[in-house]
Design a protein around this ligand. Structure first.
Ligand code: BJW
Length: 250
């Protein structure tokens, strides 16, 4: 990871202080400092160890539902141990200080809400929920009776994790609300995402087209970097608390 290059310009502080609507898109990078691996890190990323087509597509679940359920069960254990880090907490602080705030996350770990963020749109679902593969009803608890995957209590069909796999359309209400937020934001922060996976990755461009100032927080460059007015090159858990302190400390 490159050395942090965190220069917070007074123009950004002013923009944040006076923003009417701040929209934020987060990805796996914001939870990295909570001990949850990202996807595309070349050494430690999830996709360096597992083939997405075998664990994160509807076809994979059709072929081998037991394997897919067990894979998510392992990830659920890692996530259950994780706590929000200073990056998550800083976003909850920003939400409490600006008139309107929308947090769009691709993460399924639920840590933003644990940190105190309220207006959260989970574009890729939530690992703490399961969904009936037939009826689509969602549940937060399921029987631990040895069936893998567990069964829907109403119809007996298999339950699947309530997450969005490759080739699936994100939940329509969340997607529409995300598009509206991107369109109406005057400041848009893209944090800890490689900005490669659509439709989430299209949101910063949508915000730019509608006049938002774009800020990127990431230790690495992404396809978005050259379009950002402010690039805060460092870990979110260091950058975001410094941004909050620079904006509201006095
Ligand atoms: C830090 C940091 C620190 C590290 N601080 N930063 C060809 C075949 C099949 C499909 C497609 C295809 N071409 C295009 C597609 C579409 C596909 C897609 O985009 N694929 C691309 C990969 C090419 N998209 C879809 O299939 C989506 N559906 C869809 O398109 O439907 C049609 C549609 C069109 C238009 C409108 C509406 C619908 C669905 C995508 C679902 C993605 N699902 C996953 C798994 C979710 C469940 C699970 O977790 O198991 O979502 S894949 C994975 O990628 C996960 C993530 O949410 C997502 C994004 O990854 P993210 O968060 O950006 O993580 P990384 O690892 O990529 O990046 C981490 C970043 O953090 C890095 O930049 C680091 O530098 C940084 N970082 N430490 C700050 N401390």
């Amino acid at each position: 990871m490159p050395e942090p290059n965190i220069i917070i310009l007074p123009q950004l502080v002013e923009r944040l202080k006076n923003a009417g609507h701040v929209a934020v898109l987060t990805g796996a990078g914001i939870s990295a400092e909570s001990g949850i691996p990202t996807f595309r890190d070349t050494e430690k990323g999830i996709w360096a160890r597992f083939n997405a087509e075998e664990v994160a597509t509807p076809e994979a679940f059709e072929r081998n539902p037991t394997l897919v359920w067990q894979w998510y069960e392992e990830r659920r254990k890692v996530i259950a141990e994780a706590r929000p880090n200073p990056g998550h907490m800083a976003l909850a602080h920003i939400e409490a200080r600006v008139p309107r705030f929308t947090l769009i996350t691709q993460n399924i770990d639920g840590l933003h809400r644990v940190a105190g963020s309220r207006n959260v749109l989970e574009l890729h679902g939530n690992i703490h929920r399961a969904r009936c593969a037939e009826e689509g009803t969602t549940v937060e608890e399921w029987p631990d009776d040895g069936e893998v995957p567990p069964r829907c209590a109403r119809c007996g069909a298999m339950l699947r994790p309530d997450v969005v796999w490759f080739g699936e359309v994100p939940p329509v209400a969340e997607l529409n609300a995300s598009m509206v937020a991107a369109r109406e934001a005057d400041l848009f922060l893209s944090i800890g995402t490689s900005a490669l996976v659509v439709p989430a990755a299209s949101l910063p461009y949508h915000a730019l087209q509608h006049g938002a100032t774009l800020v990127e927080v990431n230790p690495e460059d992404t396809p978005l970097t050259k379009y950002a007015s402010h690039v805060l090159q460092g870990p979110a858990g260091e950058v975001l608390p410094r941004l909050v302190a620079a904006t509201w400390s006095e």
